[in-house]
Design a protein around this ligand. Structure first.
Ligand code: ZN
Length: 243
């Protein structure tokens, strides 16, 4: 693994091309805003989008990615299954994956979770307050007890996910719902973090605290050089009587 964490920010990139309001918030796409922040943190960052050949996720790109960040919404179905399978295997082999906001319905997140990943939603621009519920977790480093986003889309429970290995954040919304908004999972050698904020029509990825959390998540999710696991039939390590 390189000294600098190698991050690939993947974005579907369609809303920014088709909606004037969203294009004004993210003229170069939200992937560019996320990438710029992480590059300023000293990370080695590249971007990839749905419309790039192989969705920008060639074997070479994946081989040089420690952590992949994923944002998608309106075109999940256009992501090729063969690419999803490659990303899935990379995660099991240790690549970190951070799924943002509407990526809860991405093929890759659903495949890794094995559940519907369905939820409640509402878009009226209400306030979101995100509470830290695991303050000792590396992803909570440098935060206050809670952060606030003035205008966001609401996501509400039940969120049909497997119980997180660690739940770091819970969101409260002005309209009354709550949501498990920062969920950590281990999948074989890989780590997966789901982080809720980031609806395309609000400037959420310019929020300093949101970006601090994403940067923390990259550091948490990077490969750890752990042992290579050998599955299957094994010879005993000790002499076993009667064997
Ligand atoms: Zn949304």
């Amino acid at each position: 693994m390189a000294d600098r964490i190698r991050v690939t920010v993947w974005n579907e990139g369609r809303h920014e091309k088709t909606n004037e309001h969203i294009a004004k918030i993210y003229p170069k796409g939200m992937h560019s805003v996320i990438a710029e922040y992480l590059a300023n943190q000293g990370m080695e960052v590249r971007t990839a989008t749905l419309d790039d050949p192989e969705h920008g996720l060639t074997d070479d790109v994946l081989a040089n990615t420690d952590v992949l960040i994923w944002w998608g919404h309106m075109a999940h179905h256009e992501v090729q299954d063969a690419i999803v399978d490659k990303v899935y295997n990379k995660v099991l082999d240790g690549m970190g994956l951070i799924c943002l906001h509407s990526a809860h319905f991405s093929k890759i997140f659903r495949k890794l979770m094995g559940t519907t990943c369905n939820l409640k939603w509402r878009e009226i621009g209400e306030k979101e307050r995100i509470w830290v519920v695991e303050p000792g977790h590396p992803i909570a480093e440098g935060l206050d007890e809670y952060i606030e986003i003035e205008h966001e889309e609401m996501y509400g429970e039940r969120f049909d996910i497997p119980e997180p290995d660690t739940l770091v954040f819970i969101s409260w919304f002005q309209g009354g719902e709550v949501f498990r908004s920062g969920c950590c999972y281990y999948r074989n050698k890989g780590k997966v973090f789901y982080f809720r904020p980031g609806h395309e029509s609000y400037p959420t990825y310019y929020n300093e605290n949101v970006m601090k959390i994403i940067a923390n998540a990259v550091k948490w999710a990077k490969p750890n050089n752990g042992p290579q696991i050998n599955f299957g039939n094994r010879q005993p390590l000790e002499k076993v009587a009667g064997a």
